[in-house]
Design a protein around this ligand. Structure first.
Ligand code: 5GP
Ligand code: ZN
Length: 125
């Protein structure tokens, strides 16, 4: 199992974390927006016509480990700006933070999903 991509790896091995590697430019991704300590790129396996991920560029494993309310505000504002710039804001979109296994988190580097371009259903699966 890839370190940093499993519950056992969270917070322990940022050097093996796929999103840290994307932030460092060590593995490719389609970067759509850069900010101060924040980065957005296209999801590899999109679940909607627009499916972007917003991450802090430093390693934070999950929302549970995030003590910095300023960072959380920055990430959410970045996601909001991204939605506007991607042309999905007006019709609507969804911002999702899957947290730990029951939340569906598979990559243990904090990230916001920004999904849009189609109507979303509720409740989520
Ligand atoms: P989670 O399930 O942790 O909330 O979401 C992880 C997301 O990261 C998934 O939607 C998955 O498709 C995406 N993902 C996993 N590995 C990579 C990668 O190497 N590059 C990109 N662009 N997305 C990835
Ligand atoms: Zn990381």
């Amino acid at each position: 199992m890839t370190p940093g991509a499993s519950p056992g790896g969270r917070g322990t091995m940022p050097g093996g974390c796929v999103f840290c590697k994307i932030a460092a430019g060590e593995i490719p991704a389609t970067i759509v927006k850069r900010g101060d300590g924040v980065l957005a790129f296209k999801d590899l396996n999109p679940q909607a016509p627009t499916h972007l991920l917003v991450i802090p560029t430093h390693h934070v494993a999950t929302l549970n480990e995030t003590k910095d309310a300023g960072l959380l505000g920055k990430l959410l504002g970045f996601a909001r700006d991204l939605a506007r710039e991607s042309g999905i804001a007006e019709r609507g979109y969804r911002v999702v933070v899957n947290t730990n296994p029951d939340g569906g988190q598979t990559v243990f580097h904090l990230h916001l999903h920004v999904l849009g371009g189609r109507p979303m259903t509720w409740p989520p699966g």
